[in-house]
Design a protein around this ligand. Sequence first.
Ligand code: PGA
Length: 250
Amino acid sequence: MSNRKLIVGNWKMNGSLAGNAALIGDLLAGIGQPACDVAVCPPAVYLAQLQALLAGSAIALGAQNVSMHEGGAYTGDVSAAMLRELGVRYAIVGHSERRQYQAESDVHVALKAKLALAAGITPIVCVGETAQERQAGLTDFIVKRQLSAVIHLVGPCVSEIVVAYEPVWAIGTGQTATPEQAQAVHAVLRAQIRAATEHAARVRILYGGSMNADNAVQLLAQPDINGGLIGGASLKAPDFLKILAACASQ
Ligand code: PGA
């Protein structure tokens, strides 16, 4: 198992050429030798800019999405091979915002994960329940259904993915899952992965949803929480650096 935690910044649809250069400059100035693996996922149009800015640094490049098609007549799509050519190491797939606003289904997400893997990119497969689903007691059912679509398609290669548990009600709301709530779901996901591969222990399961400098230490201390997928707090260098520093105390 890679014992190193993984902290990924999801910039969502934020940034500008000048703003990105400033943010990366501040991150590189403060990052030193991080105690965890680190990646940032800018909007696709900035991947080439960030490839240059991050060259030789401790920060890996990630994408926020990847096409479910290999190539051809898919206007607006960006393929896994294209991402790989730009040095992309990770691709977020199935973020709840895409499931909700772009009607991405479990099957779409699984196809994306498979094509990313085939191109040598580690998919970060997002799963998570809505507030109503949690209230109805459906949390485990929903996250297992979402992950099982990926396992169905990639089989034992599930050992090569990263999973991100992101309760929809915690994303961008300031309302974080408690460490106990998060750990309980992470344990369910770990058991599901264990049934598909003997290498389940090395699959990193990230928590995402209003993770910040204040709650990171407690969340990262949970046995099945192997890192974080950070939205809002990844846009400010001091906040993101504090989360990276939280890994050093684990
Ligand atoms: P948040 O977003 O940290 O702003 O809640 C997390 C995510 O959507 O990945």
